[in-house]
Design a protein around this ligand. Sequence first.
Ligand SMILES: [Zn+2]
Length: 387
Amino acid sequence: MRKKVLLITAVVLLIALIIFFGFVPTFVDKSRNTVVTKNVQVPPDAWYDSLPFVADLHCDELLWKRNLLTKHDYGHVDLPRLQKANIAFQVFTIVSKTPRNQNYDSNSDKTDNITLLSIAQLRPVQTWFNLKTRALAQCRQLYRYAEKSSGEFRVIESSRQLKQLISDRKTNRKLVGGMLGLEGAHCLNNDSKNLDDFYKAGVRYIGLAHFFDNEWAGSAHGMEKYGLTDAGRQLVKKMDSLHIIIDLAHASPKAIADVFAGTSGPLLVSHTGVQGVCNNPRNLSDQQLAELAKRDALVGIGLWETAVCGTDAAATAKSVRYAVDKIGLDKVAIGSDFDGAIEAPFDITGFPLLVSALKKEGFDDTAIEKILGSNTRDFFLRNLPGN
Ligand SMILES: [Zn+2]
């Protein structure tokens, strides 16, 4: 009898483990990264397909352990879909800690969803409880994809490599470049010396805070939403000296003001919206836009509802129009937040639909080419380390 109970317990446990490790990670991925329109129909657009440099400033694909190199019918981004969408350059951002019941108003740093996700994904044990190790493992993964991509995907770390990508794409339209960024500096584990390790790992922009206040800066969604801490001020200086670009997305208004006061270097807002169209604390105020207009800055308008108060290309185009009118045509780009636990209007293959939406906002071909990629190209050509 006792043996029978033990056997049943073992079988139940085994089934639970198979479900946990075999199905939970994909289930979470599928249920968090959704689209309004599945298998979106994109009319042929020879002009779009001829664009030499289409770019997206922000996607969180690396969090999901979904093979970048193979085509999936869920999530938003993988290499075959990037190629189909004629994307030349995609930034991959590292999400390393997200609070339970994450929301846009107020989150503490006490809980973390990604610990359990990392275990369920069977990531290396070292990544389960150490945020730095966890983030660096995601960085390395991007290089592994590049190695296995038969030369179709490469990681970009410098303006020299970016120039090479631009040149090589003239004869190979399937070539895609990826660059690394961080969502939140909390994975520096409270030690600015770790910045060097992330630089060596290829990280070229860092958002100071993600969904909670951290030791460097307050978050727009934190409990206190403070500005830069003393350590944060030092970190910003060190980032400037290493040519790691500061990303203001998710930072608290106080932290953004402190960065404005503390640096004259290039500034990025990788995925955002504008309060003038979509009024919430996640988005940029007119005052912040006015400050960005005076600087070497790039603002990526997002493709999800909280950013643009709509769930289609037209909503994104409307916020692009507003941002361009405030800060100029050269400073606005697209930062989708694909695979960032959002419902997007479409996956990356719907990117060409932005063309007609931008036309309806009065942009001509030259302007659309800038917004969809040339501005991003030029910003990183100016601001990535040379070699
Ligand atoms: Zn984000």
